[in-house]
Ligand binder design. Sequence first.
Ligand code: G6Q
Length: 547
Amino acid sequence: MLQPALTSTASYQALETHAIEAEDWQLRSLFAASDTRFPDMTVDAAGLFLDYSKNRIDARTLELLTELARERGVDTQRDAMFAGERINLTEQRAVLHTALRAPRGTALTVDGQDVNADVHAVLDRVRIFSDAVRSGTWLGHSGKPITDIVNIGIGGSDLGPKMVCLALRQYAHPRLRMHFVSNVDGHDMDAALTKVNPETTLFIVASKTFTTTETMMNAQTARAWFLQSAPSEALAKHFVAVSTNTEAIKAFGIDPANMFPFWDWVGGRYSVWSAIGLSVALSVGFGYFSDLLAGAHAMDVHFKEAPLEKNMPVLLGMIGFWNRHFLGCASLSIAPYHQDLNRFPAYLQQLDMESNGKRVTKGGQPVDTLTCPVIWGDCGTNGQHAYFQLLHQGTDVTPIDFIAALRPAHEYTNQHAALLANCFAQSEAFMRGKTIDEVRVDLQAQGLSLAEIERLAPHKTFPGNRPSNTILMEYLTPYTLGALIALYEHKTFVQGVIWDVNSFDQWGVELGKVLAKSIEAELTGASVPERHDCSTNGLIAMAKAAV
Ligand code: G6Q
């Protein structure tokens, strides 16, 4: 259904008027005006707790944002996604990552195909295979158990499994070391191969299309390296594939019996729940992999059933939209105060920016507002000693999502208290800031002269009034991690619906996949490049001269 331009809708215009009133709001004053802001602006779901009170919003803002979400059809489009309608319009595909984590027996038929039965048939194979490798009954060609697993994939076939394996390292099998090779840069593969023994290594070639240059080159390199010390019959014990492309797998020389399939209705960046998560199941075991799916499913149920006003992904999406449009925030910083989530910002970067980094609507018209902000970040407290300076005192206002677990999975409780103290202190500091008068009082107390106080005070003043969300969980477990990822998936969906962009295609990535091919031919072939600009020609000539 064609949507009217966002700025022409009644609910957007009401928000615009409201935003003018809200322009001078100070978070300090909003907190001073209400003792119930915390209970009023927090919500629980699927083992996660979201505090969104430190945003420059009030009850009316949320009411208007909810009207906008309703007018744009967040609820109806959500239902269409869950039902398997082809909401990815440019590729004519259903979008069913939610079906990958639906319990066995959930009814869902697409084009006459029982999706739930297909999903669970593959999950059963993932369980059997991962159990065999973990228990040591799956042996390498010389009779030794597997000790190293190398996942070869890129983008959606790398970021999710890698992030989850790192996040769940506490649950990992003690014998299995996980390696992830994604870059076409041979240094990436080289670094992995120097650490592993071909007799005890399992390679997973993870590629939805099985045509992605980086993955194909890396897979060929790994295969050639392996065959230097093993006969070709040994490949079946050491190479498995995860893909939708059976023919290409056969052509590569992988036995289809060693192929774990998935489907075109799973987008790359939404695929960690599918057989693309094979490395996760191998590392943490199928039981914990199932818990990851269960946590995501719990968030799906919440997203489907909770009223928009109390719906965690909807709130996160709407507030992000408010910050982007009415506060002009060009980026969102993700700050996990949990070292095991150190790849989570990079994962979200792809999820959000590849999904909503779009400039035309589903109907092909230019969007009439700003879309996805830049997503970036790093773990706390590390970020505090690096770029937080800009977040506190720079000229841009950058909202921050703080993410933390209340309880650690280690025994150093004093360190955990310090970690949480930093997390909460930062969100308080971003909210309150420090006025010049407060700075003067501090400096006076330190006994500084009036002249010295006036010289230093502007430098030590913090504007504050900078928005943040805080997401807490009891522990970081497979279940809460699953819920956390699904939370951001659905947040991304909500924003895509409000902007009316197709969050499920990625033509920018597709372009990248073909662009390099012609220059690669020029670099490796004899022809002199002439059809580029003089800069590109010059660079190509330098690379050729260096060969
Ligand atoms: C994700 C994107 C992209 C994709 C990679 C790998 O949504 O489509 O990141 O996952 O380009 O693609 P293959 O899995 O097909 O190799």
